[in-house]
Design a protein around this ligand. Structure first.
Ligand SMILES: NC(=O)c1ccc[n+]([C@@H]2O[C@H](COP(=O)([O-])OP(=O)(O)OC[C@H]3O[C@@H](n4cnc5c(N)ncnc54)[C@H](OP(=O)(O)O)[C@@H]3O)[C@@H](O)[C@H]2O)c1
Length: 267
């Protein structure tokens, strides 16, 4: 496990890399962890989940605010600062009323993207009124059509899986939003993982036991562990939390067609 040494110089270099600066002599745990996000020049999808020791991301009532410790939250804000867009599902907006902004570190807030297939949001949610970064809402063409304050609404033709995550990414790519953080909840992350679109999965584990409630990632059931994902993983000490940085795809800097790895079929 690597201790994550972070200071203003390292963070400024990572922000410069995000803005297009070349990669110069960047070594150490912080660069290994954040360099691939900041340095990605094509499509790059990071999914991140903050969970308890027993694998929960919220209480059954949906309270998720203090699952992560300070180190885990700071890490999440760093990830937001290094991407162009952050994606959440409609349940997360309703349960958490999130700002999805960068507040705990220096950096720009990403464009906020909400997957609201059935147009469940009505515009009363705080993020439509907080004057923060732009908001894009993806809906099904079959949903009702009322506008949402200050948000761009994009209607997609639904497929068997609902809104196809690849269609969502294609729209974002057209807007030059290439680096994407899928922040939750579990069902939204699952769609992107099952579509094979996630380059890196960050699982931050906090020493809290919730006991019941939704789990971090819920994928389609498998019968045998030979079918489990076993991604190459590096582990980082965030202070309050432990982070598993899982490499879900081989080419994680630019090539969206990068070959999948880590889906075990290993005995
Ligand atoms: N600790 C953390 O890191 C963290 C982060 C974020 C959220 N949370 C917590 O997670 C909970 C919410 O998780 P969740 O999994 O219920 O909600 P979610 O992922 O925020 O939203 C799920 C809803 O969006 C729909 N959806 C997502 N992607 C879709 C797609 N591509 N096409 C069509 N529909 C799509 C789902 O449809 P289906 O029903 O058809 O799947 C479902 O109705 C909240 O309690 C929140 O506090 C925790």
């Amino acid at each position: 496990m690597s201790d994550l040494e972070m200071n203003d110089t390292i963070w400024s270099r990572l922000l410069a890399l995000r803005q297009g600066a070349g990669e110069v002599a960047m070594t150490g745990a912080a660069y290994r962890l954040y360099g691939p996000i900041a340095g990605a020049r094509g499509r790059f999808v990071l999914a991140q989940v903050g969970q308890s020791l027993d694998g929960r991301i919220a209480t059954p009532a949906g309270d998720a605010r203090d699952v992560s410790g300070r180190g885990g939250l700071t890490h999440l804000h760093r990830c937001r600062a290094l991407v162009d867009a952050v994606i959440v599902g409609v349940n997360t907006v309703r349960a958490d009323d999130p700002k999805l902004s960068v507040r705990m570190v220096k950096g720009l807030s990403p464009v906020r993207v909400i997957v609201d297939c059935h147009a469940e949001l009505d515009g009363s949610e705080s993020l439509f009124h907080d004057g923060g970064a732009s908001i894009i809402v993806f809906r099904s063409v079959n949903s009702r059509r009322q506008p949402l304050p200050g948000a761009e609404i994009i209607d997609l033709v639904p497929k068997a899986c609902g809104l196809d995550p690849e269609d969502i990414l294609d729209v974002l790519t057209e807007r030059k939003l290439n680096r994407v953080l899928v922040e939750g909840g579990a069902r939204t992350i699952a769609r992107f993982v099952e579509a094979g679109l996630v380059d890196r999965l960050h699982v931050a584990i906090s020493p809290i036991i919730i006991g019941s409630g939704p789990s971090g990632i819920s994928l389609s059931p498998i019968e045998r562990l030979t079918g489990a994902h076993r991604p190459p993983t590096e582990v980082y000490n965030l202070g309050s939390d432990i982070l598993f940085d899982c490499l879900l795809r081989l080419e994680c800097t630019s090539d969206r067609k990068g070959q999948d790895i880590g889906v075990a079929n290993q005995v």
